[in-house]
Design a protein around this ligand. Structure first.
Ligand code: GLV
Ligand code: MN
Ligand code: MN
Length: 401
């Protein structure tokens, strides 16, 4: 049975991995912490006699049933994190999937379809910049030659990081044969908001994901002395970046969208120097594709115009753009009926959203009392997590049992 105590016992075996003294969890893909998460997953798979596979993109699959058989029911999420993120975003879906397998076995369920627990690589894009990297590669949504050249902040390429972890980077890319064997994908995830609190429900079913993306703004000016350079002589890229932050916020508010500049890099990053250049990342999300395009275009126009006044130059490059996702309506209705759970949309990206373009996909959300996510304040009670496990077990039994 899915109990809070059982959830807690397994949860605590993963909890210390990547916990950062400065707060939250730091589990970047292919880092020491990520490798420890992968070892943890391998141990959990072995303890359950699940057959572990690492696919050519570094995604992990632990199989209950024949990995070669068609029409598999796959469930899972990711173990990587944003910088100093919360505990639940990603790991809750993996831990719940393992526990759901335990519950089904105890119930004596013998699946007609193979079941797999999956862990996708670099869902957050925190190291190499592209969100849902593992699922995008698997589904062919991104060019592997481009991906091999992606570099982290220390200049390490994705190819180098994978090779150092013992996974051949030459093999990354679309895996149509594997994808064709997935008959359905269900991702359980912490809710990243408070809708389930408002609805007084421990578990919900996803309806859709807002289109969203990341744009890198490279702003170049002229490095100079902070004390001696006359204000009128400056070409300060920080002014353009500051304006970009405000413009993004204003345009998003006016349009009922979301826009954030949460990351900025300043060169040379000296207190007594006018910066030479600034890189700022825009994260933009909107209810529909046209609104997203209009939002990003409005920010682009405003920032260009401001750069003209600042004597700087700006280029805006899309790093990853995700189209809107409508989850499979049949599956959504079947699951919400089965669970008696409310249906809600989200503006967060997920591997389930990437897979949804290829296989019937669904998501379950577990109530988050703080509503906080991508920060250490992310929360769930063990009771709600146990309810999530029970719901996922019911879903797997319905689909595969
Ligand atoms: C993923 O968590 C995202 O929406 O950024
Ligand atoms: Mn996330
Ligand atoms: Mn996530």
């Amino acid at each position: 049975m899915a109990t809070p105590e059982r959830f807690r016992r397994l949860w605590e075996t993963l909890l210390p991995v990547g916990r950062d003294p400065a707060g939250g969890w730091v589990r970047y893909s292919w880092s020491e912490a990520d490798l420890a998460c992968r070892r943890w997953f391998a141990e959990q798979a072995a303890a359950r006699d699940l057959v572990l596979e690492t696919d050519r993109n570094g995604n992990l699959f632990a199989w209950w049933g024949d990995p070669r058989a068609p029409d598999a029911v796959v469930t899972g999420s990711h173990l990587d994190s944003v910088p100093h993120g919360g505990a639940y975003d990603g790991p809750l879906g993996v831990v719940s999937a393992l526990l759901a397998v335990d519950v089904l076995r105890e119930r004596g369920v013998r699946p007609r379809r193979p079941v797999a627990v999956a862990v996708f690589t670099e869902e957050e894009g925190s190291r190499f910049g592209v969100a849902c990297l593992g699922s995008r590669l698997l589904t062919g949504a991104i060019d592997p030659d481009h991906v091999r050249t992606l570099r982290d902040l220390d200049g390490v390429s994705l190819a180098g990081a994978m090779a150092a972890a013992g996974v051949a980077p030459e093999g990354i890319g679309p895996d149509p044969e594997r994808l064709a064997r997935i008959g359905a994908f269900v991702e359980l995830h912490i809710e990243q908001g408070r809708r389930l609190v408002e609805l007084d429900a421990p578990v919900g079913v996803a309806s859709a994901i807002w289109p969203h993306g990341r744009w890198r703004m490279d702003i170049t000016g002229e490095g100079n002395h902070a004390g001696t350079t006359r204000m009128s002589d400056r070409r300060d890229p920080m002014l353009t970046a500051a304006y970009a932050v405000l413009a993004a916020n204003k345009e998003a508010r006016l349009r009922g969208c979301h826009a954030t500049v949460g990351r900025i890099e300043v060169t040379p990053n000296a207190t007594n120097a006018v910066p030479a250049s600034v890189v700022a990342w825009l994260d933009a999300r909107a209810p529909d594709r046209a609104a997203l395009e209009a939002l990003v275009e409005a920010v682009r126009v405003r920032v260009r115009e401001r750069a003209g006044r600042d004597g700087t130059t700006v280029t805006m490059t899309a790093e990853s753009v995700t189209p809107p996702v409508e989850f499979d309506a049949g599956l959504r209705d079947r699951l919400s009926g089965l669970l008696g759970a409310p249906v809600l949309p989200t503006a967060a990206g997920h591997d389930a959203g990437v897979l949804a373009a290829h296989v019937p996909a669904a998501m379950l959300f577990v109530r988050n009392p703080t509503g906080v996510s991508h920060a250490p304040g992310e929360a769930a009670t063990d009771e709600d997590c146990a309810a999530g496990v029970a719901a996922l077990a019911d879903v797997l039994a319905e689909l595969a049992g």
